[in-house]
Design a binder for this molecule. Structure first.
Ligand code: AMP
Length: 277
């Protein structure tokens, strides 16, 4: 496996490769990231993983500075999962002197995370479009854990006619149900144990649906009861949306639906989601 830090170096390396699968990440890799690499490995001749903590998708009071980083450990995990090339550019390489163009995403980017983290998806869309252009992959692999992000990226490639195919992959969880995340490293072991509350709440809401409840308010109430049992939790949103439009729904119909939650637990911001079936 090779590690490259510049766009020109990566382009040189990729010159000979035909079928490229691409996995964009912010590093501090875990088994969730590894599952994306493995999925890409199964489909492509060459797998490129990017590691870039993108400053423009963090708000002024967010954790850009303290976001966990460990390139050595990442190299081991990426290699074991089957990546061929790690592209790890500096901020300067991605945003050189004179950089002055930004994407302004609307639609799927407006509700939920878009309201709680103003500017976040503009930063995501801008860096992802740059990365997709740099790598020129056949397909790029994203985690369903960031459900709204996948919707925003799909909208981006559709709106800009980008040829890279977007593939979404299921959420990988800890044994207690907590969705794996680089930010879980902020928790103590006891806090991490208690962070299963998010998963339990999603499951309780899904159970209500599976027992025949079709009113969204009643389904969400079943989950809220669980969330209210954890005093260290500050809920940002817990909603039931149409999976395509991300608009809140009142009564479950025939289309695809998704439970989406964001909360601070011991001051760590967590997001998670689940389907109803
Ligand atoms: P991040 O490094 O957090 O920006 O994540 C990079 C990619 O990995 C994104 O597409 C995430 O959705 C995906 N990802 C993060 N956590 C998980 C997980 N627990 N299961 C599956 N994919 C994940």
């Amino acid at each position: 496996m090779q590690v490259v830090h510049t766009v020109s170096g990566l382009r040189q390396m990729l010159g000979q490769h035909h079928s490229v699968g691409f996995v964009p990440t912010m590093g501090f890799l875990h088994q969730g990231h590894a599952s994306l690499i493995q999925q890409a490995r199964a489909q492509h001749q060459t797998v490129v993983l990017s590691i870039f903590v993108n400053p423009t998708q963090f708000g002024p009071n967010e954790d850009f500075e303290k976001y966990p980083r460990n390139l050595e450990a990442d190299i081991r995990i990426a290699e074991e999962a089957g990546a061929d090339i790690i592209f790890a550019p500096s901020v300067r390489e991605m945003y050189p002197e004179g950089f002055a163009t930004n994407i302004d995403v609307q639609g799927a980017a407006l509700p939920l995370e878009g309201e709680k983290r103003p500017g976040h998806f503009n930063g995501v869309a801008t860096v992802v479009l740059k990365l997709l252009n740099i790598v020129g992959a056949e397909a790029a692999y994203f985690g369903e854990k960031d459900f709204q992000q996948v919707a925003v990226i799909r909208q981006l490639v559709r709106d800009f006619n980008h040829p890279t195919r977007i593939v979404s992959c299921p959420t990988v969880r800890e044994p207690n149900g907590l969705a794996m995340s680089s930010r879980n490293s902020y928790f103590s072991p006891e806090q991490k144990q208690r962070a299963d509350v998010i998963y339990r709440a999603l499951m309780a809401a899904r159970d209500a649906y599976q027992q025949g409840e079709r009113r969204s308010e009643a389904i969400l109430q079943a989950g809220r009861v669980v969330l209210e049992g954890e005093e260290a939790l500050n809920l940002e949103y817990f909603t039931l949306v149409d999976a395509a439009t991300l608009q809140h729904v009142e009564v479950i119909g025939d289309s695809d639906h998704r439970l989406l939650v964001a909360a601070r637990l011991f001051n760590v911001r967590l997001i998670d989601n689940m389907g109803l079936v």
